[in-house]
Design a binder for this molecule. Structure first.
Ligand code: HGY
Ligand code: MN
Ligand code: MN
Ligand code: MN
Length: 414
C-alpha cells in the first residue's frame, strides 16, 4: 500500500478560509458559535457544506438521522470506502473549531486530491454526524449512536429539548430528514480529526495527539423534589429546599471525582430550579451529572457512590429524588491499525506527536464499534473548548489535517 509522499500536504489557507466561512453561520455573542443541532442555523451550515462538497465533485447522501455522507468515487467501486468526518453542530456558547475542523478537513482532503489529480482505489466519504453535542437533545453523539446500533431510530426521534420539541419533528422541519436507512453503510475505516479540548498537547509543545483511547462517560439526570414555600416566613427547620439538595449533590460529585484523580472528572453543567422565583424556596431541581473516566471500574464505582450519596442527602433533608441515566458509553480502545497509520503519518511528515486519551466524547467513540476507527488531535489555545474563546493556530490545523490526509489516503490506497 503506497504511502503518500512526505511532501504531500493539504492547503491550509483554503481550510482556514472555509472554517471561518462556516463560522459566520450561527455566530455566538463572543466570537464563537451558537449553531445548535436542528436549528435553522444548523440547516444553513448543512447547505453550505453540501454545496462545497458538490463543487468538489462529491455526491451527498443523507440518512434518516440527517447525517450527511459526501462521497468521492474511487477507482474500485466495490472497495469499502474510507470515511472521514466529525460534526458541524455546536454548543450554545461553542467555538469555531470543535467538530468543524474535522468535517472541513475531510473536504480539504478531497480538494487536495482533486488538485493533485489523484484517484484513490477506495472511495472516500466525508461525514457530518447529526447532534454530536447532545446539548439540545440528549444524549451526545446521537446519530453516530443510532448508526452503530446503540440507539433505536424511534427512540432518537422521541428525544425532546427544553421546550418539549421532538428531535424527529425538528429534523423534518429543517428539511434534513433523509431516506437512507441508518447504519447500513460498511466502512474500511473511519478517521476523525478533532481539537484536543484539553491542555496536554499545547503544554508539552506537541503538534499531534495520536488518540489510542477515549474515556467513558455517564450522564445522570437527577430530579429532586422538596416543597415550595415562602423564603421569609418558613422557619429554617421546616424547609424542604430542593435547591439546597442540588447544591449538596454538586459538592458530592466534585468530591467523588477528586478521589480518583487524575483518572476521573465530574461536574454538573445543566441545572433547572423551579419555580425559580426570588422569594420561593425551590420545590424542584432538575440537573445532569457528567462523570467520566478512562477506566470502566472507576466510572461504575463513581456512579454507585454518587447514587448512594444522593439518597443519603435527600433522606436527611426529607426531599425525594429520581436518577435517570441519559447518556453512557464505556471507555474506548481505538483500532491499532488505524492508530498506527496516524502515527506513521505524523512521523513521515515530521510532526511531533504523542499518544493521548480523549477526554471528550466523539462520534468516533461509537463508530469504533462498527468499523476500524481512530482519531487525530491537534492542540487548542489554553486547552479551552466549549467556550466561545476556543482558538487554534493555522499551523496546528495544517498539522492535524496533513496527518489526517496521509492516514486517509494511505488507507484508501493510491
Ligand atoms: O460531551 C462531549 O464530550 C462531546 O464534546 N459532546
Ligand atoms: Mn466535538
Ligand atoms: Mn463539543
Ligand atoms: Mn465530540
Amino acid at each position: 500500500m503506497a504511502a503518500p509522499g512526505e511532501n504531500l500536504r493539504i492547503n491550509a489557507d483554503r481550510l482556514w478560509e472555509v472554517i471561518h466561512e462556516m463560522a459566520k453561520i450561527g455566530p455566538g455573542v463572543a466570537g464563537g458559535n451558537n449553531r445548535q443541532t436542528l436549528t435553522d442555523e444548523d440547516g444553513e451550515g448543512r447547505h453550505l457544506f453540501k454545496r462545497w462538497c458538490e463543487e468538489a465533485g462529491m455526491s451527498v447522501a443523507v440518512d434518516q438521522m440527517g447525517t450527511m455522507f459526501a462521497m468521492r468515487p474511487g477507482t474500485d467501486p466495490d472497495a469499502l470506502p474510507v470515511y472521514v468526518g466529525s460534526h458541524l453542530d455546536t454548543q450554545p456558547t461553542g467555538g469555531r473549531y470543535d467538530g468543524v475542523l474535522g468535517v472541513l478537513s475531510g473536504l480539504e482532503i478531497v480538494r487536495t486530491l482533486n488538485d493533485l489529480g489523484i484517484r484513490t482505489k477506495h472511495p472516500i466519504v466525508v461525514t457530518n454526524w447529526t447532534n454530536e453535542e447532545g446539548t439540545r437533545f440528549a444524549p451526545a453523539m446521537l446519530a453516530s449512536g443510532v448508526f452503530a446500533g446503540v440507539h433505536e431510530l424511534e427512540w432518537a426521534y422521541d428525544r425532546r429539548d427544553k421546550e418539549g420539541k421532538r428531535f424527529g419533528d425538528e429534523l423534518q422541519r429543517i428539511g434534513w430528514k433523509g431516506d437512507e436507512p441508518v447504519g447500513g453503510r460498511k466502512m474500511k475505516a473511519f478517521f476523525e480529526l478533532h481539537i484536543e479540548q484539553g491542555p496536554i498537547l499545547e503544554d508539552e509543545g506537541i503538534d499531534i495527539g495520536v488518540v489510542t483511547h477515549g474515556q467513558g462517560l455517564k450522564w445522570l439526570q437527577v430530579t429532586i423534589t422538596g416543597k415550595e414555600s415562602h423564603t421569609g416566613s418558613t422557619p429554617m427547620p421546616k424547609r424542604r429546599n430542593a435547591g439546597l439538595g442540588m447544591a449538596r449533590v454538586m459538592e458530592l460529585v466534585h468530591e467523588v471525582a477528586m478521589d480518583y484523580q487524575p483518572n476521573a472528572v465530574g461536574a454538573i453543567g445543566h441545572v433547572e430550579i423551579h419555580p425559580n422565583s426570588r422569594n420561593i424556596i425551590p420545590g424542584k431541581a432538575v440537573f445532569t451529572i457528567d462523570i467520566r473516566s478512562p477506566d470502566k471500574k472507576t466510572l461504575d464505582t463513581m456512579d454507585a457512590r454518587i447514587r448512594e450519596g444522593i439518597a443519603t442527602i435527600c433522606e436527611a433533608m426529607d426531599i425525594s429524588h429520581e436518577v435517570e441515566q441519559v447518556g453512557h458509553f464505556d471507555p474506548v480502545t481505538f483500532d491499532e491499525g488505524c492508530v498506527n497509520a496516524i502515527r506513521r503519518a505524523a512521523e513521515r511528515l515530521g510532526y511531533s506527536h504523542r499518544d493521548i486519551v480523549s477526554g471528550a466524547g466523539h462520534d468516533a467513540c461509537w463508530i469504533n464499534r462498527v468499523a476500524p476507527t481512530a482519531m487525530v488531535m491537534c492542540p487548542c489555545v489554553d486547552g479551552l473548548s466549549h467556550n466561545e474563546a476556543e482558538e487554534i493556530s493555522k499551523e496546528w490545523a495544517q498539522a492535524g489535517a496533513d496527518v489526517l490526509f496521509h492516514a486517509v489516503v494511505e488507507t484508501a490506497e493510491i
